[in-house]
Ligand binder design. Structure first.
Ligand code: WTA
Length: 655
């Protein structure tokens, strides 16, 4: 960090910046609305559901049960609507010529595209007709493996238009990871692009899809967006040129009326076990929740330009690049590139160029840019910014203060939004102008969200204001996931079995004297690397799939830029000698098995792992060693062989 960037004082509480007015909710209104949302959810959500256009209005609002064994979540269950109509068609009359999507390409020299709602409508209709021509029907699954280009938005909305269920796979995932997801959801079709430019480099997406499809049914078709024009292999009869097809189909495709509870999309996410789960989101409840949170959390107003820097491959991109903003008739920015290309000023150059009003990013990006010095920010005119957002991990106070001072110039409230792939939208977040913020705290619950803090061991609810424990949610909200694709048992088991009667987030938290929530991080085997969620078990299974590896244990450790880094303890097969080449090979191996985001930061050769006498790996000890916290190892007398711990400490690895 450059010396002049030292932000010496991090305030404990930051009051609403003077002159900032939130037209949606002040503090009193927030309290009154929150109260109503909790005491009378039917009335509250019955009213809020009307923010969407319904083909058949709902008569029932909430029908939910958190009882283990009977978990069922339904919202607006007899309502009929179409998500694409809500995100596109209904805006045509009033804002057909308004920009819906600003596409900012990776290369700053390539002109941005401004796609109006009318143009978006035509593209989505044509894309939908291409899908129909390939035999995609209501309820079919379509995997989308695309870069951050407008076609990703067209593809999502085209699926929604015809009632197909999309499942986006982040373009950074490997062919193996892609194949697993295609097979798990039984996709009929994959949509990809030739190559994906990012930070001046190109990812061979089509080649990856080709490799993945070798492991899938030969009935799966492949739609290809020719984006860069790079050379690709073409398989006649299987591959389809989407752009060419779009020219040849009708620009009109009637929307399919969908039930509110019909799945809108599946998104795979990591959990404690090896296999990622297909999180299923609904059409009605999800869209109501995405739209409402987008409007209130960011204090979004007609005419504002909204930029969420996430990738559409993650839930943040689903809810806050596409569904929330477009349902609200917003102008949303889609950025193909990375924060540091061509230089560390790119984010701010884009903010200036497109006069961005609300900017939403992750702490890891802020830390990386903070390290490059504030001069990169100061070069640009950021006077249009009104609200700044943060998501993905707790924001450390230094990064918060830098964001506030250099980006927001002290006048933009920072909304630290806590939520999950499973929750569909924000769960804990300040409302700008209505709730004073505290750096590092996601503050208070959004409307309809009933957080509770439980003792992790006894499951007793901590009702004192000041409390610490695990974060659970006591009742349903419309954006909640409905099930795990193809495995409702796993859904109940994962989220409702440990703390009966509650939805368990997997996060630890603290509630302070003012009732503000502070997320303390995952209490399960999920780690958060640069805001990307990963299961340690996934990385372990990738490592042990290598022939040299006998056993592996992976834990997270504090990493200055990434939040958490990946620390892997690897036990080699008897006849294999450790070497730097092998270390590199294993790193590469994990990249190809899962993707670059899963590459271990540290690999430590471990002749033995600390295990209980029953053979269970004591991860607590491995975490402490990875954290360099040898004083707090706790009781190691129950280990089968306590001496392995000394060896691990003596040989602790370095990044
Ligand atoms: C973490 C991302 C602290 C948390 C939307 C959660 C956060 C996991 C915050 C979900 C935040 C997300 N403060 N921690 N503001 N936001 N997390 O599914 O551990 O990729 O359980 O969803 O990220 O990650 P996911």
């Amino acid at each position: 960090m450059a010396a002049q960037d030292q932000v010496s004082q991090v305030p404990e509480v930051k009051e609403v910046p003077p002159g900032f007015e939130n037209a949606h909710a002040d503090s009193a209104k927030y309290r009154a609305m929150y109260q109503e949302s909790i005491t009378d959810p039917d009335k509250f959500w019955g009213r809020e559901g009307k923010r969407l256009d319904w083909i058949t209005p709902y008569t029932k609002v909430k029908n939910t049960d958190f009882t283990f064994g009977h978990v069922q979540i339904k919202w607006f269950e007899d309502g009929v609507l179409n998500a694409a109509v809500n995100c596109v068609d209904r805006h045509l009359e009033t804002r057909g010529e308004q920009t819906a999507i600003i596409f900012e390409p990776d290369d700053p020299e390539t002109p941005a595209q401004h796609i109006t709602y009318r143009e978006l409508s035509e593209k989505v209709n044509r894309f939908a007709n291409v899908l129909l021509s390939q035999g995609v029907m209501r309820g079919d699954r379509v995997v989308i493996y695309l870069p951050m280009i407008p076609e990703a938005a067209y593809a999502m909305l085209a699926c929604a238009r015809i009632g197909a269920i999309h499942s986006i796979v982040f373009a950074g995932f490997s062919p193996d990871a892609l194949a697993n997801r295609i097979n798990d959801c039984g996709a009929k079709l994959v949509i990809t692009a030739d190559t994906a430019p990012r930070g001046g480099r190109r990812t061979p997406l089509k080649a990856n899809a080709d490799a993945a499809l070798l492991h899938c049914s030969d009935k799966v078709r492949c739609l290809v967006v020719k984006h860069t024009g790079d050379q690709i292999t073409w398989i006649d009869g299987r591959d389809v040129d989407v752009k060419a097809m779009m020219e040849n189909v009708s620009p009109e495709c009637p929307p399919r009326p969908m039930n509110a509870e019909d799945p809108l999309f599946i998104l795979y996410t990591s959990g404690s076990t090896g296999k990622p789960k297909g999180v299923v989101h609904s059409t009605g409840g999800y869209l109501v929740y995405a739209a409402m949170t987008h409007q209130y959390t960011f204090d979004y107003h007609d005419g504002d330009v909204f930029w969420c820097t996430a990738d559409v491959g993650w839930v943040t991109g689903h809810s806050y690049i596409i569904y929330g903003p477009l349902a609200n008739g917003a102008t949303t920015v889609m950025f193909e590139g990375v924060p540091t290309y061509p230089d560390a000023g790119r984010f701010w150059a884009v903010c200036e160029k497109h006069k961005v009003n609300q900017f939403y990013t992750a702490p890891t990006a802020i830390r990386a840019l903070m390290g490059q010095g504030s001069e990169w920010v100061e070069k640009y005119d950021l006077s249009d910014l009104k609200v700044l957002g943060s998501v993905g991990e707790p924001i450390n106070p230094e990064a918060w203060a830098w964001y506030d001072k250099y980006v927001g110039k002290g006048k933009c409230p920072i909304v630290d939004t806590f939520w999950q792939t499973e929750t569909g939208g924000h769960m804990l977040t300040p409302l700008p102008g209505a709730i004073p913020t505290k750096p590092g705290s996601a503050t208070r619950p959004f409307f309809g969200v009933k957080p509770v803090v439980l003792d992790p061991q006894t499951a007793v609810r901590q009702d004192e204001t000041e409390a610490e424990g695990v974060l659970c949610i006591a009742d349903s909200w419309p954006g909640q996931m409905r099930t795990v694709w193809g495995d409702h048992e796993r859904f109940q088991e994962t989220y409702f079995s440990q703390y009966k009667g509650y939805y368990f987030t997997g996060d630890g938290c603290r509630r302070d004297k003012d009732g503000y929530y502070w997320i303390t991080g995952r209490v399960d085997d999920v780690i958060n690397v640069s805001g990307h969620r990963m299961g340690t078990a996934e990385v372990e299974s990738a490592l042990v799939a290598h022939q040299a590896v006998a056993e592996a244990a992976v834990v997270g450790y504090p990493h200055e830029l990434k939040g958490q880094g990946i620390y892997a303890y690897v036990t080699l097969m008897n006849d294999v000698e450790p070497s730097d080449e092998l270390r590199k090979e294993l790193e590469k191996w994990v990249r190809t098995e899962i993707g670059p985001i899963a590459k271990p930061d540290i690999i430590q050769w471990a002749p033995g792992l600390p295990k209980t006498r029953s053979g269970k790996i004591m991860r607590r000890i491995l975490r402490k060693i990875a954290e360099n916290d040898f004083g707090a190892l706790g009781d190691i007398s129950t280990l089968a062989d306590p001496s392995v711990v000394d060896d691990l400490i003596a040989n602790r690895g370095n990044a």
